[in-house]
Design a protein around this ligand. Structure first.
Ligand SMILES: [Zn+2]
Length: 491
């Protein structure tokens, strides 16, 4: 048996107003991302991010504060002093011929998330985007460069090799993504390249002899080009299998960088260690060292909202929801907020009514919103009106069938539920006399199903109830209606 040892390096594009070292707009999406929505390449550029001679960078305070906030949320140590360094390499997406990054004095040291230790979190600048054009008859094979992304603030988080499986790695990455969204520092959308995951993975024999204290680490392989959680998970599983097979055959694992081929579902070698870069790091001479004691950490700490882990625990305790139910509300912070605001407007506070509200929210309303492609930001229904609908259902003023119709009208118009019910005359009918009239009529008009029911076919009764319910526009109390039918058909 072999044990995997996995570490993650995660890059996050920060959602600041301007770029990392100049005042250009931080809006890197262009060309292929816009799908014709009018984004233009190379508009958010200036002499600084295009690396013209003689220009000087300035540090974006908002980006530094964003990383410090992440560090505080993940219990990292914030040192007194930090600095930027030059990472030298040549590539067409790097106009300066070096990247400003952080080498030995990162902004945040240590920390922990989901039982995984964090090594460091530092800040650097993103590269330009390269767009490889396919060969066509008119055009030669070519590569276009879009500098809108060049110089966008990029946070890098490195974990210790604490992770033992693909599941644990995904669990960590997903929780980090959620925290970043809660902190408002990045949308961390992997498909848009706002969050990029790299995996370090090695395997070693499981040592059976407990007397042996030497737990030799295996040879490390790096996997890049992972643009979805699915790809990250699949590539880890693939690498564990590939390396296990090699070791079982008695072969050696080469230290290298591999890329994920999402079509063939395999990792492929990109470069071996012999070709690895020597970045010749040295302190960035154009930027002053960062005195982190000048940052108001207390204020930043204060600005951190309730984080997902705390929210899960509180929701379970306060609302009597189970783990699965809570996750739905925690994974979408707007849904969680809507739920809480609505619950506070309920006429009685009990688990039963809160659960009814939860069910109408997560099944009925979510369903309608998905159909209409509406997000919480665009939702016309206020939490107050939603709670009012639940109160009305609880008071049995309308049937559950009518409730669904009312909710649909609320979604479309944003109208108050009581007002809809009054103006459309939708109140539930309990009055036996009013219902009985319809029951009589349905029985008279449907002799065949009546006969069938009397012969013992239960389905026939449902058919008759359906007919009557339709006649009463769904307003009849179902219990009263069914009882009346049973009474009439057996007498
Ligand atoms: Zn610029």
């Amino acid at each position: 048996m072999f044990l995997p040892t996995i570490g993650l390096e995660i890059h996050i594009e920060l959602k600041t107003k301007s770029k990392m070292f100049c005042s250009c707009l931080n809006d890197p999406l262009s060309l292929d991302d816009s799908k014709g929505k009018g984004k233009t390449p190379n508009v958010n550029v200036c002499p600084v991010c295009l690396a013209h001679p003689g220009v000087l960078p300035t540090i974006n305070k908002e980006a530094v504060e964003a990383v410090l906030k992440v560090g505080l949320a993940l219990s990292s140590e914030i040192p007194k002093f930090s600095k930027f360094d030059r990472k030298n390499y040549f590539y067409p997406d790097l106009p300066k011929g070096y990247q400003i990054s952080q080498y030995d004095k990162p902004l945040c040291i240590g920390g922990e998330l989901k039982g995984v230790k964090i090594t460091r979190i530092h800040l650097e600048e993103d590269t330009a985007r390269l767009l490889h054009m396919a060969k066509s008859e008119e055009q030669m094979e070519s590569t276009l460069v879009d500098f809108n992304r060049a110089g966008v603030p990029l946070m890098e988080l490195v974990t210790e090799p604490d992770i033992k499986s693909a599941e644990e790695a995904l669990d960590f990455a997903k929780e980090l993504q959620l925290i970043l969204k809660y902190l408002g520092v990045s949308e961390a959308d992997m498909e848009k390249g706002q969050m990029r995951v790299e995996v370090n993975i090695s395997i070693r024999p499981e040592i059976q002899d407990s007397r042996s204290k030497i737990q030799e680490l295996g040879t490390k392989v790096e996997i890049k080009n992972l643009n979805s959680f699915r790809a990250a998970g699949e590539s880890i599983k693939y690498e564990i299998e590939r390396q296990t097979e090699l070791l079982e055959k008695g072969e050696k694992i080469i230290q290298e960088t591999r890329g994920w081929d999402d079509i063939k579902k395999i990792t492929v070698s990109q470069r071996t260690k012999e070709e690895a870069h020597d970045y010749r790091y040295f302190p960035e001479p154009d930027l002053p060292p960062l005195d982190l004691e000048k940052f108001d950490l207390e204020k930043l700490q204060f600005e951190i909202p309730e984080l997902p882990a705390q929210k899960r625990a509180r929701f379970m305790k306060e609302y009597g929801l189970n783990q699965k139910q809570v996750e739905v509300l925690v994974s979408d912070r707007f849904a969680g907020q809507f739920f809480e605001e609505a619950v506070s407007e309920l006429q009685t506070t009990n688990y039963k009514l809160q659960t009814i509200l939860y069910n109408y929210l997560t099944s009925d309303l979510f369903g309608l919103m998905a159909q209409a492609k509406i997000s919480f930001k665009e939702l016309k229904i206020t939490p107050e009106n939603f709670a009012e609908l639940i109160n009305i259902i609880d008071r049995k003023e309308i049937s559950t069938r009518t409730a669904k119709d009312v909710l649909k009208i609320m979604l479309e118009t944003g109208r108050d539920p009581s007002e809809i019910i009054d103006s459309e005359n939708l109140r539930q009918i309990f009055d036996e006399k009013e219902i009985e009239e319809v029951v009589r009529m349905v029985i008279a008009e449907n002799p065949k199903p009546v006969e069938d029911y009397k012969k013992g076919k239960e389905n026939a009764l449902q058919f008759l109830i359906g007919k009557a319910m339709a006649e009463l526009k769904g307003r009849a109390n179902p219990k009263v209606l069914e009882e009346l039918f049973r009474k009439k058909l057996t007498s």
